[in-house]
Design a protein around this ligand. Structure first.
Ligand SMILES: Cc1cc2nc3c(=O)[nH]c(=O)nc-3n(C[C@H](O)[C@H](O)[C@H](O)COP(=O)(O)O)c2cc1C
Length: 427
């Protein structure tokens, strides 16, 4: 399991209560979180609440880090994978931009060598103030990731930009900015072992960062568009987000990833080679051209049928709607399973609206792949942030609870890495 550690700095804003929900979500996503609350933050949430939710000691004061030899402020700022400031008040942003270090939170922010994600929340006038604009720009220039706040009605009754984004959106952003440092979980309790002991336990269990170097993995993502005539097409609602997240997670583990993408408006993940296609036939050709591969993860929602496309725009006439003659598209998963160049690990996706697991089992047997990742798309999964999936293989069915798509992607990438390592170790 990929295990990342977050240092969460809670500032003194009305949205601090949402930091509690964020802590819960971070823990639910399988990550460790250590909280620091500013003096202002403590006016809005108690360290006790954060300690209970994070299952970790909460730090509040620079000079309360009594034994600097056991647990210094420098160590606290470095023994994590990402520092998150949430809510990042106008005051905290200003201090960060100016390099002020007059309390534990701001000292840690100045001392850290880890990526920093700031999640601002404040009144719209404060957010739009020239001073805040300047500070945000300077912080971004310094490499701090500053999320855009949401727009809407504020606690103070005004309307505009400045609301804290929803905790689920913050969690997705956390996943986007986590470096791929992986280590096994260590137990952390409010009254548990000292941080120094936890840290050394983490080091002992540290695994190499890159578990897929030298492996080539093909990922398909997004929908396909099947033309009806030069201006119309048949399509589906796939957003491509799950497939792109998987490509990103595999690349973060060191794999050489070829991402064959249908028409989507998503940025190419770092380190991924992208091939854009439109139709199912183009996708099949692009997958073939990308072979050989150690694994193929076919996430795209490929249209089962295409229309016999008319060479010119079909005109609306007196004869009523035209009859669309549908032709079956190539079955990329089944062809790859039967190919002499079959990747060692072949994973298909099954989007179902009913009997999800039964359909997935049938698909696994019919297609000849190794795993089917099945999901219920009767809700707003297509285009949404979260996904509930079932991993179906010859060994059985494993159901994962609902989680952000990037978490599903990281868990799956981890599984793929383990499966490929196990196959490589076979005599
Ligand atoms: C009821 C109340 C709500 C506040 N909400 C916010 C807020 O949402 N965002 C903000 O930037 N400041 C807010 N402030 C002002 C901050 O609390 C103040 O600037 C404080 O010094 C920030 O502390 P910090 O640096 O520990 O975050 C609020 C103040 C009060 C009294």
């Amino acid at each position: 399991m990929i295990y990342s550690r977050i240092l969460l700095i809670v500032g003194g804003g009305i949205a601090a209560y949402k930091a509690c929900e964020l802590v819960r979500l971070i823990r639910k996503a399988g990550m460790g979180v250590r909280c620091v609350v500013t003096e202002g933050g403590r006016e809005f949430v108690t360290p006790m609440t954060l300690a209970a939710l994070s299952e970790n000691r909460v730090f509040t004061s620079l000079f309360d880090l009594t034994d600097e030899t056991e647990m210094g402020h420098i160590q606290l700022s470095r023994e994590v994978d990402l520092v998150v400031v949430c809510p990042a008040t106008a005051d905290l942003l200003a201090k960060m931009a100016a390099g002020i270090a007059d309390d534990l939170a701001t000292t840690l922010l100045l001392a850290t060598d880890k990526p920093v994600l700031a999640v601002p929340a404040m009144n719209v006038r404060m957010w739009e103030h020239a001073a805040t604009r300047r500070n945000v720009e300077r912080l971004r220039g310094d490499g701090v990731v500053v999320m855009e706040p949401d727009e809407g009605e504020m606690a103070c009754g005004e309307f505009g930009a400045g609301r804290l984004p929803e905790p689920e959106a913050i969690l997705a952003e956390i996943h986007r900015h986590l470096p791929s440092t992986h280590s096994e979980p260590v137990e952390g309790r409010a009254e548990g072992p000292s941080l120094a002991k936890q840290v050394s336990a983490t080091r002992q269990f540290a695994r190499p960062l890159q578990s897929l170097p030298g492996k080539h993995i093909i990922v398909t993502a997004g929908p396909t568009y099947e033309p009806i005539d030069p201006v119309r097409y048949l399509a589906n609602r796939s957003s491509g987000r799950q497939g792109f997240a998987i490509a990103e997670a595999l690349a973060a583990l060191g794999a050489r990833v070829t991402l064959v993408a249908g028409p989507v408006s998503l940025h190419t993940p770092p380190g991924v080679t992208r091939v854009d296609v439109e139709t199912a036939r183009e996708m099949a050709e692009a997958v073939d051209a990308a072979l050989p591969a150690d694994a193929a993860i076919l996430v795209a929602a490929v249209a089962d049928w295409r229309a016999e496309a008319a060479p010119a725009k079909i005109k609306k006439g007196d004869r009523g709607p035209p009859a669309l003659a549908l032709v079956e598209n190539p079955d990329i998963l089944a062809s790859l399973a039967a190919s002499p160049q079959r990747p060692a690990l072949l994973v298909g996706f099954a989007a179902e609206t009913c009997d999800v697991i039964a359909h997935a089992r049938a698909k696994l047997a019919r297609k000849g792949c190794d795993w089917i990742v099945a999901n219920d798309v009767s809700g707003d999964v297509m285009g949404g942030d979260a996904n509930t999936v079932h991993l179906v293989s010859a060994e059985g069915v494993e159901s994962w609870e609902e989680q952000p798509k990037i978490v599903v992607a990281r868990k799956l990438a981890d599984r793929i890495a383990r499966a490929l390592m196990a196959r490589a170790a076979r005599p």
